[in-house]
Design a protein around this ligand. Sequence first.
Ligand code: COA
Ligand code: AMP
Length: 638
Amino acid sequence: MSDSPYFSAYRASIDQPLEFWANAAQDIDWITPWTSVMETGTGPVPRWFVGGELNTCYNALDRHADGGRGDQTALIYDSAVTGVVEKYSYSELRDLVARFAGVLAARGVGKGDRVVIYMPMIPQAAIAMLACARLGAVHSVVFGGFASRELAVRIDDCRPKAVISASCGVEVDRVIEYKPLLDAAVDLAEHKPDHTIIYQRDMATASMVPGRDLDWEAEMEDTVPHECVPVSATDPLYILYTSGTTGEPKGIIRDNGGHAVALKWSMNNVYGVEPGEVWWAASDVGWVVGHSYIVYGPLIHGATSILYEGKPVGTPDAGAYWRVISQHGVVSMFTAPTAIRAIRQQDPDGELISDYDLTNLRSLFLAGERCDPDTLGWAGDQLGVPVIDHWWQTESGWAIVSACLGIEHTEIVPGSPGRPVPGWQVSVLDPDGEKVAPDEIGAICIRIPMPPGSLPNLWEAEERFVKTYLTGFPGYYETADAGYKDRNGYLYVMARTDDIINVAGHRLSNGALEEVLASHPDVAECAVIGVADPLKGQLPVGFLVLKVGAAASNAEVVADVVAAVRSEIGPVAAFKKAVVVDRLPKTRSGKILRGTIVKIANDEPWEMPATVDDPVIFDDITTALESVGYPRRVAGKD
Ligand code: COA
Ligand code: AMP
């Protein structure tokens, strides 16, 4: 077993990382070769391909457009919500991107400048990202389901020269106007971008502020295509904000060189996809999966990527994914377990699958949240192809633990995403930083150096980067996930060690939710917990303690905070339940016992915490949970 292709590749990546990644880097077109494959001591973590120069957009488009794939489809836009399917060849996409890069350049955007992209799932989102990459500008895509305040926080943090957006998105059958949300965000933000560039869609026309707001189509009409600008391997390609423990999002930086190398390597070695084949990541460009596997990975690889605007269910039915797979000949797809649960809920026997020809499909990859073995098993039985749970994070940029189908079809163990992907040294540690025994739970950490593509830092927040990720376990990067490894080295990812809630594969900070609740004038104290949900994995539930003499009734305060989360964080938080309680359960030192509340809500065994200041309080909490539909437990039972 230890001389299997997987083990050989893994050992080579750990024993000779420089040779391993220098070899992988041959698949990328470099303008200037690197002087050092990996350099330590110049930042908080080692940097890859130092001294090298390249352009990520060139690697994603031009080299294919000019190198024999010009007529091959690069991108398929499949919009289940509007009924539109559009195909862009590598040449067409390159030309559009070069033109849009010309638009940005004419408006003063250059190398190193930031550009915020707040877009629905339309091709212009990918074009905008690639145009930034072409110029060496740093994009920061903000998911469309975030509201104005979240957008404003990101605008203030990265201070973009321009914001690119569209008039609207379409959520199943509702048109969501983006421009009023953008206008409100620009009003809220201290930093004012010079311009916004708006793509007007047929379903809504955005009103424009003269001088500041520019029309995408009008700008594209008389622009000059822009060439690829050489950038250093270590220059940032993008900033992607993700939730941290506080309300302040963390700006994850991705550099150009390591990212291109890692994604290109992963397309074949992890996903088993060949250049020219059709690949589909059903995510959103606002998330890391969208960055890595809708836009950059498949294009750098020379594959065909699908950009899908729709849902797994309701657009029009639970056969939507199977329709896309069969219509476009998808060989492998990537989605979140929640999407499979949604499909299963509506089509438990998979009857809609038989309406479609899925003969091209070879594998289904799942990530974004823990995948329960039942969901994995259902998908495998229905589709008859390997279903692979794999584990990674915004920070890693690509898979940390997965079966690597391009190397070897290793055994799939339901409940585990598998063993570490080459390049990643994954350890489970106790609080003293010692490796725990097999099957023992601990903090999942990654030995430094991490492979190319992993985050080198946080945007203008190095101290926070070091404190958050590198200080808890010296010599390791702390993932903030807890879990265990079994005797065969399979990892099981069980829970977060920080206050992060995972709702439908989206990462939310309960600190950020609590900030919104606490800002209500009648709320004295609050807590948000993540309760298990059969569809979305987790759902947030709020607990509110009101001020004495509160002006509003309990029901009014609950309605207010639900509305406030929707308008300040966004509908994606799916925050619909909150209850008023007299007090929150706390330790004697004042720490809110969120973990115990979660256990009660989830109907899991729990014990009265020894440090609780007043045990009777759990009766009130149990009653409160019951009022919003969660199981009633008797204090101390089990
Ligand atoms: N712009 C505006 N609003 C958005 C939005 C966007 N881009 N994306 C989501 N929303 C809104 C939705 O309309 C919904 O609003 P509602 O409360 O009025 O119904 C809310 O945000 C929650 O959206 P969503 O999480 O998509 O839930 P849903 O109930 O509409 O659909 C699923 C449930 C399971 C079908 C859906 O969550 C899903 O497809 N999940 C897959 C997750 C995924 O791909 N994750 C990526 C990580 S790999
Ligand atoms: P994000 O950065 O939004 O992609 O969220 C990453 C987090 O989602 C991880 O740290 C995990 O907590 C969770 N996650 C992602 N994939 C998996 C998986 N396959 N199994 C368990 N948890 C996962």
